[in-house]
Design a protein around this ligand. Sequence first.
Ligand code: PMP
Length: 460
Amino acid sequence: MLKRSAVRAAIYARGTIGEAAGAVAVACGAVPTAGRFVSSQPKRVVYDPAEAAPSFADLPLYRGILKHKEIGRLFDIDDPFYRCHQARNGVTTQIAGKNYVNFASYDYLGLNQHPAIVEAAKTAIDNLGTSVSASRIVAGERTIHGALERSLADFYGVEAAITFVSGHATNVSTISTLMTADDLILYDDLSHNSLIVGVRLSGATAYAFKHNDAEALEALLLEHRPFHKRALIVAEGLYSMDGDVGDLPSLVALKEKYGAWLMIDEAHGLGVLGETGRGSAEHYDIDPKRVDIWMGTLSKALASCGGYIAGRQELIDILKYQAPGLVYSVGLSPPLTAAATRSLELLKAEPERVARLRSNGKLFLSLARAAGMDTATSEGHAVVSVIVGDLVNAGRLADRMLARGINVLPIIYPAVPIKAARLRFFITSEHTPTQIREAVRTMREEMDGLGKRPRQKQAA
Ligand code: PMP
């Protein structure tokens, strides 16, 4: 049980809620403290059969959850996580019978529930059922899988593509299949969890380089590249927590200079970056074949679910026959496959969606900056984060925005650094300029109100 009196004392002693939140985070075990790493100590017996069987409730992971909830109660913040939406998540949504303008869904091109996509998904169910009921390598292969993968490869201008049932699993499985303990991986330190899990699972020697910093990457390459036959550089097209674009030209130059492979996660880049939504290669006018591994998800601009890898045929063959997340997992379901294929067709046929998204993103960013908000490195491409300091501020602001009819989620540690909690706005092609202006104005008002109206809940 977190001691309320201790937290309150910390607030008054330390002066700011941010510092108190930092103290609470340490108490929760969120910030590693010196001396916790014990793997080099000699083995000793720690299991005593006479004691009660280990309980999940004793796991630090569980205690961390309870403490976060307690902080919420203490500061009178509603839990924003796993909140149930009752309607389609689009530009508007419905929660507990109330309507909200929604800035928390990555339906970037407004294709979720587009009639043509719904129709394609229904037809696929009629023809092929809701599941392929087997891994593709055995009895789960359908012609629609190949059709989607052909379209993805053509869209990228590379030889081939392969789809997985989850974007997260795509990264985990691809990196851990390709790279081994003998290899080197250098990854941007703001990489998505799925990339990092893949890196860890591979067993490769791995170093994070400072976000979007080509010099830091080159220093690591100079130091470590000679000692590994193979090396992989991992980065993203558009960073989903900060809304900035990866430095593809430098990454490509370095990967060519040092003989490394380059993997770019385009989860938030596809349909967003580039004149026609082809992603970061189009954004920078770089030949997509110069990137070895294009990764993306079907769950964002393509309004479906699943992930893909696109690149050379032999890469795709390795994954098709060797990636556990593919070989030992069911094939992508017919409605999801059909929905993604139809979405990609619409993305190609209606580039005006990408243009609308671009102008909405720029509008949001320019208004937020003009209102004096800290948008850090956000570049105004579908993701704009407003940094608000700590988890308590972020939770309170999200709460108050909701009370004023705007759904936007707080992003807190460990997804972002402890003192860089933020409200992250996902902007889509379907938001109206009025909704955007209103959201920024409301956010400004609530940020101003936050300092003046501390709502410290008294202990019962
Ligand atoms: N990569 C990035 C950069 C992501 O942001 C996400 C999830 N949002 C994923 C991979 C995983 O994709 P999915 O949610 O489709 O599994």
